[in-house]
Design a protein around this ligand. Sequence first.
Ligand SMILES: NC(=O)c1ccc[n+]([C@@H]2O[C@H](COP(=O)([O-])OP(=O)(O)OC[C@H]3O[C@@H](n4cnc5c(N)ncnc54)[C@H](OP(=O)(O)O)[C@@H]3O)[C@@H](O)[C@H]2O)c1
Length: 223
Amino acid sequence: MIPRVIVYDAVSLDGRTIGLDVDKELYNEIASKWDLDAVLMGSNTVLAELNAKPGEVRGEGKKPQIDPEDERPLLVVPDSRGQIRVWDEVRAMPYFRDILVLCSRSTPQEYLNFLEERYVKHMVIGYQEVDLGAALNELNVQFGVKSLRVDSGGVLNGVIFREGLVDEVNVLIHPELVGGKSSSSIFPASELNPSGGSKVQLVLVHVENLKTNFVWLQYRVFK
Ligand SMILES: NC(=O)c1ccc[n+]([C@@H]2O[C@H](COP(=O)([O-])OP(=O)(O)OC[C@H]3O[C@@H](n4cnc5c(N)ncnc54)[C@H](OP(=O)(O)O)[C@@H]3O)[C@@H](O)[C@H]2O)c1
């Protein structure tokens, strides 16, 4: 079974996910409303969050103390290129009970050894990239994940939207216009093919005005 997948992004009024001043308190307040088993976070998002460079090694790889009663979500990160090497700092984030890294057959063995030595759980699934559909299914089977939120600046969203894996889309619109020519929206994905077919149709389920100038929009994906 594929878990229920919720995409949630802070956006500017012009739909940008990067370059805006995110109201973290408000963002987290909304994020805490979902009863989640896991958070799927893009590798670029992890690096940005910790201000780390791809491949930069920090920390010694402390053995974690995992409490089986801990009800916080599992953090799941696709990192097939072995970019993240600051796992002690990821573990120190207060939001997650444990970490699972998703790798593929293209992931260097050296990185798989690195994860092993640092007590970071990992799963090899997919050939070149991580096979996200199969990974979501395994998360349900092996870890009992029934609901999951995606935390991505857009790239990971784009892949899972195109693969038809998303059930719900949320945006917290910030009262800003960012502009620019980068494609940092919630859905940078491959072009639609001429016969269409993979456009995502949505149904509005909730709208809320917050702190005067912010708007939370919640849509269900029409399947
Ligand atoms: N406004 C917001 O709410 C918000 C939220 C989160 C992040 N951000 C910002 O967004 C930026 C980072 O976001 P981003 O969109 O650049 O990257 P991202 O989504 O964080 O990272 C890209 C992810 O997509 C995976 N991926 C790419 N192509 C794939 C494929 N074909 N199959 C399977 N997996 C694939 C990558 O896996 P591999 O590593 O295995 O290639 C990676 O984990 C940061 O600046 C961050 O601060 C904003």
